[in-house]
Design a protein around this ligand. Structure first.
Ligand SMILES: NC(=O)c1ccc[n+]([C@@H]2O[C@H](COP(=O)([O-])OP(=O)(O)OC[C@H]3O[C@@H](n4cnc5c(N)ncnc54)[C@H](OP(=O)(O)O)[C@@H]3O)[C@@H](O)[C@H]2O)c1
Length: 347
């Protein structure tokens, strides 16, 4: 499927029609980016195949970057941010969806190149959507969001590389964050011994309640120029942090182990060598949730329905109104958000 990049320019509030609430990110001639909670006109919404009344969205780390105007996320201004949404179809030109269907959207450059979920209305391509799994409400689907769906992709990566619960501990980095919290809960339910690495020792009880067997301070993975081979501790890893944390994790991974890398909360660099790969047979699995094909998305959502305890999901989730999104975006970039933040776009 080709991704179109032909978003028409939109100017809010010029035509008299139905208005809807949205977060709107604009860039001026001097390239200053600003975000506002505003009202947009129906006619401004770029029309795609499926019209959706959004019920819930969420704030992921990437949404924080987009709303704060950090470079590298938004490719087309102005834009409604929000890489995730769940809601109800109101009209569709594609036969796979009709009015009344509940759907979920994660990724596909929505909220980056295309208008996204932090609004009461969205219009998206049918190929990007997944039917809402019957196990979840739209609110629960957004409690999972891209962060939780990515955590599941990481777990699938471990399983596909023969990391089993009896093989040894799994370390989860950035454990108090969205990817990390969900990964801890899923892995613990599957019977893995989970070691949660966090810079927030005050969240130890939160992490053990999610199922972590042990909580370590992130400083234990904090060697900035790490030796590429260290004493081994981990059969596998879910890393949401990157940089020297990931290098330390790789250096401590057992012979034949597997490290899944999905994030860069610490940085994009990776100060390691080939030694762990060629001398210990460690596998580094990259995870990019954005363009996963429909069948893999469906698999991940089905596994989330089976392997994520709804009580644990509730425990990691806070709900805010749409106008709070800008404040939460700053908080997530400052590492101050615990777990997941759902946005009720109608509140
Ligand atoms: N590849 C993909 O498809 C994909 C999908 C989703 C997310 N991601 C990426 O995964 C990362 C996590 O996303 P998220 O939504 O879970 O974000 P998040 O909720 O902000 O979690 C990130 C966590 O990383 C830790 N952290 C933050 N700054 C750090 C630093 N300087 N050094 C070490 N640890 C730090 C913190 O955990 P503690 O306080 O517990 O240490 C923080 O809670 C982001 O980089 C995001 O862009 C990628």
């Amino acid at each position: 499927m080709a991704i179109r990049t032909d978003e028409p320019p939109a100017t809010p509030g010029q035509k008299a029609a139905t208005m809807f609430n949205a977060i709107y990110v604009t860039r001026d001639e001097d390239k200053n980016v600003s975000s506002a909670f505003t009202q947009l006109d129906d006619a401004d919404l770029p029309q795609r195949e499926v019209a959706i009344d959004v019920e819930y969205s969420t704030i992921n780390y990437k949404d924080g970057l987009a709303i704060a105007g950090r470079p590298g996320v938004v490719r087309s201004y102005p834009i409604v941010p929000g890489i995730d949404l769940a809601g109800t179809v109101t009209a569709s030109t594609d036969g796979r969806y009709s009015a009344g269907d509940k759907v979920v959207l994660n990724g596909w450059e929505v909220g980056e190149s295309y208008w996204g979920g932090l609004a009461q209305k969205a219009s998206l391509d049918a190929d990007w959507l997944v039917p809402l799994p019957s196990a979840f409400t739209t609110e629960q689907a957004m409690a999972i969001g891209t962060a939780g769906y990515t955590a599941m992709l990481c777990v699938l990566g471990l399983e596909e590389h023969r990391v089993t619960p009896d093989g040894g501990p799994i370390v989860v980095t950035g454990a108090s964050g969205g990817v990390g919290s969900t990964a801890v809960a899923i892995l613990a339910k599957l019977g893995y011994e989970v070691v949660a690495s966090t810079g927030r020792p005050e969240e130890s009880t939160y992490l053990t309640d999610l199922g972590a067997a042990e909580v370590i301070d992130r400083s234990e993975l904090g060697e900035e120029n790490p030796r590429p081979l260290q004493s081994t501790r981990w059969a596998g890893a879910v890393d949401a942090v990157g940089s020297f944390t990931l290098a330390n994790v790789i250096a401590q991974t057992l012979e034949g182990g597997c490290v899944t890398a999905c994030g860069l909360a610490q940085g994009m660099d990776l100060p390691t060598s080939v030694a762990p790969f060629i001398l210990r047979g460690v596998t580094l699995v990259g995870v990019n949730s954005v363009y996963e094909p429909f069948e893999r998305r469906k698999l991940a959502w089905d596994r989330l329905a089976a392997d994520l305890d709804p009580d644990k999901l509730a425990a990691i989730t806070d709900v805010v109104g749409l106008s709070d999104s800008i404040k939460v975006a700053d908080q997530i970039l400052a590492g101050q958000v615990r777990g997941r933040v759902v946005v009720d776009v109608n509140a």
